[in-house]
Design a protein around this ligand. Sequence first.
Ligand SMILES: CC(C)(COP(=O)(O)OP(=O)(O)OC[C@H]1O[C@@H](n2cnc3c(N)ncnc32)[C@H](O)[C@@H]1OP(=O)(O)O)[C@@H](O)C(=O)NCCC(=O)NCCS
Length: 163
Amino acid sequence: MPGDLDEAHALHRAVLAEGTAFITTVEELDALGGVAYRRLVFEEIRRTAGAAMWVARHGGRLVGWLSVRPGPLAQMRHCGKIEVMVAADARGRGVGTALLAACVAWAEQEPSLTKLGLAVFDDNQRALGLYRRFGFVQEGHRPDEYRSADGRYRGDYLMGRRV
Ligand SMILES: CC(C)(COP(=O)(O)OP(=O)(O)OC[C@H]1O[C@@H](n2cnc3c(N)ncnc32)[C@H](O)[C@@H]1OP(=O)(O)O)[C@@H](O)C(=O)NCCC(=O)NCCS
C-alpha cells in the first residue's frame, strides 16, 4: 500500500532515535534522502529476486516491518540479509515472530535464496532470542566492532540460517 512506506520510514526513524539496536543514526538515515530514499529502496526490492518486505499492522497502524535483500554482487545473491523492527509499544507480543515466520516461509520457497543472514548487537537479547527460535545460528562474533558517540564499544554477532 502506498501509505506503508511513509509509516515504515517513520517507524525506522523512531527506532533509530532509541539509539540501541542499529548503528545508523537518525541524521544518517535522513541524509540518505528521507521517504524518497525509502521509495527507491522499495523499488529495488520489487525488481530484485530474493528481496521482499513485510509490514505488520495492528488496528490500522503499522507496528513493524521486515525486509530481506540479497547482496548486490553475483556471489552474494543466494543470501538474503534481514532487517527487522517493531514499534517500542508493540514489542513482546509476537509481531517480530509473525514477521520472521512470514519471511522464513517465503524464503524456503524462493528459488534464488539458499541462506538468510543478519547482524545483531551482541547485547540485543530479545532479537537474539527471536533469531535463535527460528533456527539462526551464530557464525561469528565481532567484539568492539562499533564505537558509539559516547565512546562505548559494542560488538555484534553474525547469524545465518539455511533455507
Ligand atoms: C527484536 C524485535 C524485532 C522483536 O520483535 P518483537 O515483536 O518484540 O518480538 P516477539 O514479541 O515476537 O518475541 C519477543 C518476545 O515476546 C514473546 N512472545 C512472542 N509471541 C508472543 C505472544 N503472542 N504473546 C506474548 N508474548 C509473546 C516471545 O516469547 C519473546 O520473548 P522474549 O522477550 O523472552 O524474547 C523487536 O523487539 C524490536 O524491534 N526491537 C528493536 C529493534 C531491533 O532490535 N531490531 C533487530 C535488530 S538486529
